[in-house]
Design a protein around this ligand. Structure first.
Ligand code: EPU
Length: 432
């Protein structure tokens, strides 16, 4: 087990290039199962979740190889249709194997993934969509069994009580591209990661139109072919670095960014009086010095403020004098970071789906526990700005979504070190 030790107080300065998007890479890896030809995927972030998805594809029968650090080559000639519990339970995103398996093999037996710390994550919309494609669905012994022998295009609606489903849209697209006839998806997710998946599928010979909107039309084709595809940059990683620049009062340029993917964040940063500057087409500079103002925000599906930046914003507003209200509309219980920020002195109360934050002038370093990926990012941000030392345990969560975060922050001037848990003061250590 490793821990992160952060000594707060150093402003982040310099420039950093954003990695490829994890949440685009995962479904795009799954999409490589839709053809028996070679697919080469570039700009893939070097993350544990990504390596794990590649391992799952290998277990399903695909040949997998790496091309340098950020390239992967897949060739899925002989596949099996069963994704077992021991593979799926470790990563929820593996549920997006259902679509490609049923598309390609007309059958899929995929384990249900089980619980998730950020709240209930049902897949009812995925299954409703597949049944509209005329698949037979049966749940037994913890598995979803999908019989797609009579699969054909259909009209589906993917809006749920929290808006369109991102992975559900990915699953249905990957099934529909090889289903005979026309599929119309209403209330489809329009997140940049879905646009990227559509780009990959169309590069493989699929026929998807309406890309980037909530109305997608898929004309099924008989076969897809291989391709070489470059993944978009990670808007959530970019947003996390921008907020890190702001919380430390630094001067940071984040490059390789698609600035239009970050409009909601930039709008809130402006409302908070944080100076940002768009440089050219792909860089954003944040100048963190100066007094900030509190904000109210609501997380909603794209293009509104993303849930995956709520925890980091919570850390920032904990250090922004005044009253901020952050309301979570995607995962109303996604506040696992709050008790840990409170341990650092943050004044936050949870009222229903909202965090009410009374911003302070300072936080103090403490031993804290990471509970999920974005909560870990929030704790790092708080630690970078707090007085004294912060020790973060369970950092495997951060390695799922941020490539070499400690090394990259060190280059920007942060005092952060990855250490074996044995180096943590004994009285702080909760587990080894
Ligand atoms: N939902 C349903 N029924 C469904 C599917 C979803 O009610 O069948 C609900 C969910 O419970 C949630 C909302 O709809 O309240 C949105 O869920 P969605 O399916 O869109 O989420 P996801 O596809 O499982 C992806 C990202 C998450 C990100 C969300 C929202 C991946 C691998 N994961 O999850 O990323 O928070 O979209 O944008 O793409 C992260 O990276 O830290 C992360 C959790």
């Amino acid at each position: 087990m490793e821990v992160l030790k952060i000594r707060g107080g150093n402003p982040l300065r310099g420039s950093i290039t954003v990695s490829g998007a994890k949440n685009a890479a995962l479904p795009i890896f799954a999409a490589t199962l839709l053809t028996d030809e070679e697919c080469i995927i570039e700009n893939v972030p070097d993350l544990s979740d990504v390596r794990y998805m590649a391992e799952i594809l290998q277990c399903l029968g695909a040949h997998v190889a790496r091309e340098g650090v950020h390239g992967w080559v897949f060739k899925a000639e002989n596949l099996v249709s069963r994704a077992p519990y021991e593979l799926v339970r470790k990563m929820r995103a593996s549920v997006c194997l259902m679509g490609p398996l049923v598309g390609r093999l007309r059958q899929a037996d995929v384990s249900l993934p089980g619980g998730c710390v950020i709240g209930p994550r049902p897949i009812d919309l995925h299954l409703k969509g597949l049944s509209k494609l005329n698949c037979d669905i049966n749940i037994s012994n913890g598995y979803v069994h999908i019989d797609g022998r009579s699969m054909r295009g259909g009209d589906l609606f993917l809006g749920g009580r929290h808006g369109p489903t991102v992975t559900g849209t990915a699953n249905l697209l990957m099934a529909a591209v090889l289903a005979p006839g026309c599929t119309r998806i209403e209330s489809a997710a329009c997140e940049p990661e879905i646009v990227d998946l559509c780009g990959m599928l169309n590069a493989m010979g699929a026929n998807i139109s309406g890309v980037g909107s909530h109305h997608l039309t898929v004309e099924g084709v008989e076969k897809l072919h291989g391709c070489r595809y470059r993944i978009i940059s990670d808007r959530i990683e970019a947003g996390t670095f921008l907020l890190a620049g702001a919380i430390t009062g630094g001067d940071l340029t984040v490059s390789g960014v698609r600035t239009n993917h970050l409009s909601a964040l930039l709008d809130k940063m402006e409302e908070a009086d944080i100076e940002t500057e768009i440089i050219g087409e792909n860089s954003i500079r944040v100048i963190g010095a100066g007094q900030r103002r509190p904000v109210d925000l609501i997380t909603l599906p794209h293009p509104a403020f993303p849930t995956d930046l709520q925890a980091q914003m919570c850390a920032l507003m904990s250090l922004t004098p005044g009253l901020s209200i952050l309301t979570e509309k995607i995962y109303p219980n996604r506040f696992m970071h709050v008790p840990e920020l409170q341990r650092m002195g943050a004044d936050i109360s949870i009222e229903g789906p909202s965090a009410i934050i009374k911003g302070k002038d300072s936080l103090s370093g403490a031993p804290v526990m990471a509970s999920d990926l974005r909560a870990s990012a929030a704790l790092i941000l708080a630690g970078l700005a707090a007085q004294g030392e912060t020790w973060i345990q369970r950092i495997y969560h951060i390695d799922r979504g941020y490539e070499h975060i400690d090394e990259r922050l060190t280059e920007l001037g942060a005092d952060i070190a990855r250490l074996p848990a044995s180096e943590m003061p004994k009285e702080m250590l909760v587990e080894v």
